[in-house]
Write a protein that binds this ligand. Sequence first.
Ligand SMILES: [Zn+2]
Length: 252
Amino acid sequence: MFHNRNTLFHLRGQGLSDLLAQLYRLQSRIRFVQERERKRDTVPSELVEVDREFQEKVQAVAALKQRLTEAELEKRKAEGELADHREKLKKYQTQLRSVQSSREYSAALNEIDAVEKAIRATEDRFLDLEEEIETAKKDLESREASLPAETEQHEERLKDWRKEQREINDELVGAREEIGQLESAIAPRERAEFRRLIEKKQGLAVALVVGGSCSACHVRIRPAAMQILKNGREIVYCDTCKRILYYDPQSS
Ligand SMILES: [Zn+2]
């Protein structure tokens, strides 16, 4: 409706100023919610460092657990490979006893040599993994043992902020309720148009007229446009920033 002046003629003077007042209030509530959510979700600057240190500890535990799981898998895989290699070694040793020619004999010896090398390499890998797992387990154990106390201490440091977050959440309940009520009183088409405009205009779709100027871009409103605004029969957009102008005789 904001771009089609004809439909506005259906609105009586009072209807339009009511709609603008509703939109202005709706916008201020939406902005309030966004601002409070931002505040709630931003770690206060004095706690950033403390929080980062704590998050690192939590993440270190998670990373250790992940690595332990991987290392256990790798260890089992190495065990399987080792069993395979030993099986092969036995087979070649048996073959060696029944070779018919020196060519077969040296071929079997080569096979045995290769598989013995593979066994040594896999055994080394297996022992490394065992050592890594043992170290990681000890590290994890001590980190997990101190984590509950650290968490408690961290929450104690964050106590004031947590309280503020809860208070913000309480405020948001009321604000969201009012947004719902305001939106349900506005026709869907106008509501959608308003939402589009508020998105396009970085949260400010309706600008209050203050001292004869648009309060969003501070450009003076032409006298003719001011007259239309005062009549309150048509929606007027700011020439400069293209926002809907809201003229409230009490605040201008
Ligand atoms: Zn403007």
